[in-house]
Design a protein around this ligand. Structure first.
Ligand code: BES
Ligand code: MN
Ligand code: ZN
Length: 504
């Protein structure tokens, strides 16, 4: 990201950026022109702004936009008003999507610079710094593109080089800290997006492990990468069964960030299936098309731990990813195979497309040996979760209510949509096998839950949160601060959550 971002203390009319974007609270009685920055702007424009806003029915409603040229009456050539909704409802994290939209518009206009003005509701008080951080994150991510495989002349170059955030009042140290967090978060989210957006041929288990090694080397992170033989020694029978159908060798990635002053030990497990064809239970073309996304969980944890180390958070963090392809071949694992997990439990395979839970179960068992205070897993695990919650919301399952609540609260502040799902004990019956301790899939209904229940049997009593990101790991179109393709989902919540437990 070459764009520079900083806080500006200038008054609204003193900003000379080529695009001026103003976040507007929905005015009382629909009037956004109560005395304040916007009425100053209106005066400078000779009252034209108010007339236009009235004609266009711009009231500052959430999501409403008004875009105009200023015809040289103020230094900025482009003016953009962006509604944030009623004052009482405005949340700092709303500014992520809003700043993303401002950046997308400014790039669309070909502007080299953008000044984004805070809504009055977020310009002062404790919220101002959260607002500044959210706006900076959204602005930095709003310009994200993955166009490395396009011909030079097909790339729509981002024109923005400088972004100023205006009207967020706070002392310099607090605002610099907020901007540093935003830059670190945006870098980590963009990196996770890149890993997901690479086609599977360019993001094999080996390549992903190399990326992880590069990140570890650049930070204070230890890394161990286990190959096939080492995984055999670790008795990872479930993970290796999935891997045996692929010509690509598996890689088990273990990154460890261990600061001297650690307050807690956290294990983050990410699903790392670099391509999911379904195996012998082969997916139809439609269902396979996007399956390079199936390593999004591992992208999130690998990228997030690098950001944690960069911020020097006083938390010990381990990122684990059992990376493999799931392929059909003469060596592929079969339906009816009975496998022995690292934990010792046997599993009968009744669908080779339910491979994620197998790789995760062995990774979780490996993680529990590290004796963490809490363990999280992130996985594009089930289509059923997308059916249940739609494409934008992750499903959260847990064996520990207070931990799940703390996690969901962090998600809210991070601007990522997550929702709790139950782990109904009686559905465990669906996983019963006649020949093994359990089978790997349940029946048709409740697929997200039976996947969660399968993992739960491997977790034991350690406080655990399972996040099914099958929907939100990718987006089908550009919107707000996200772009079509990988979203880097979960990185922002991981960082928000870890910052919170680091500061108590
Ligand atoms: N990787 C898929 C889940 C998925 C679906 C991720 C859509 C992203 C978008 C997973 O391995 C899978 O195939 N799950 C099966 C489970 C079934 C066989 C019990 C599914 O959801 O159909
Ligand atoms: Mn699958
Ligand atoms: Zn999968």
């Amino acid at each position: 990201m070459t764009v520079q971002i900083s806080r500006s203390k200038r008054l609204i009319l003193e900003n000379t950026a080529s695009c001026l974007a103003v976040a507007c609270d929905e005015g009382e009685a629909g009037d956004v022109f109560a005395p304040g920055p916007l009425s100053d702007l209106d005066a400078a424009l000779g009252g034209e702004l108010r007339k236009l806003a009235t004609a266009e029915k711009f009231k500052g409603k959430k999501g409403q936009t008004l875009s105009l040229t200023t015809l040289g009456k103020i230094p900025s050539q482009r003016l953009l008003l962006l509604g944030v909704g009623p004052r009482a409802d405005v949340l700092a994290h709303d500014l992520r999507a809003l700043a993303g939209r401002a950046v997308k518009s400014a790039n669309g206009f070909g502007c080299p610079s953008l000044a984004l003005v805070a809504p009055t509701s977020l310009s002062t008080g404790a919220n101002a710094m959260d607002g500044l951080q959210a706006a900076a994150e959204g602005a930095l991510l709003g310009g994200y593109r993955f166009d490395k495989y396009l011909a030079e002349d097909k790339r729509t170059a981002a024109t923005l080089a400088q972004i100023d955030l205006v009207g967020f009042e706070g002392d310099d140290a607090a605002s610099e800290a907020a901007l540093a967090r935003a830059r670190n978060t945006a870098t980590a989210v963009a990196r996770a997006r890149d890993l997901v957006n690479e086609p599977a041929v360019a993001m094999t288990p080996t390549i992903l492990a190399n990326v992880a090694e590069g990140l570890a080397k650049a930070a204070a992170i230890d890394i161990t990468v286990l190959g096939l033989e080492e995984c055999r020694k670790e008795n990872m029978g479930l993970f290796l069964a999935v891997a045996q159908g692929s010509a690509e060798p598996p890689r088990f990635i273990h990154m460890a960030y261990k600061p001297a002053n650690a307050k807690k030990r956290i294990v983050l497990v990410g699903k790392g299936v670099t391509f999911d064809s379904g195996g012998l239970s082969l997916k139809p073309n439609e269902g396979m098309l996007d399956m390079k996304v199936d390593m999004a969980g591992s992208a999130a944890v690998i990228s997030a731990i690098a950001a944690v180390a960069a911020e020097k958070l006083p938390i010990e963090v381990h990122a684990l990813a059992a990376c493999t392809e799931n392929m059909p071949s003469g060596t592929a694992y079969r339906l009816g195979d009975v496998l022995r997990s690292k934990a010792g439990k046997t599993v009968e395979i009744n669908n080779t497309d339910a491979e994620g839970r197998l790789t995760l179960a062995d990774a979780i068992t490996y993680g529990l040996a590290l004796k963490p205070d809490q363990i999280f897993d992130f996985a594009t695990l089930t289509g059923a979760c997308v059916v249940a919650l739609g494409p934008h919301i992750a499903g959260v399952m847990s064996n520990n209510k207070p931990l799940a609540d703390a996690w969901l609260d962090a998600a809210k502040a991070a601007g990522e949509e997550m929702w709790p799902l139950p782990l109904p004990e009686r559905l465990t019956d669906m996983l019963r096998s006649e020949v093994a301790d359990m089978r790997n899939t349940g029946e048709r209904w409740g697929g997200a839950l039976t996947a969660g229940l399968f993992l739960k049997t491997f977790v034991g009593d350690t406080p655990w949160v399972h996040v099914d990101i099958a929907g939100p790991a990718t987006a089908d179109k550009d919107a707000g601060h996200t772009s079509k393709g990988g979203t880097g989902f979960a990185v922002s919540t991981i960082l928000t959550y870890l910052r919170r437990i680091a500061s108590v």
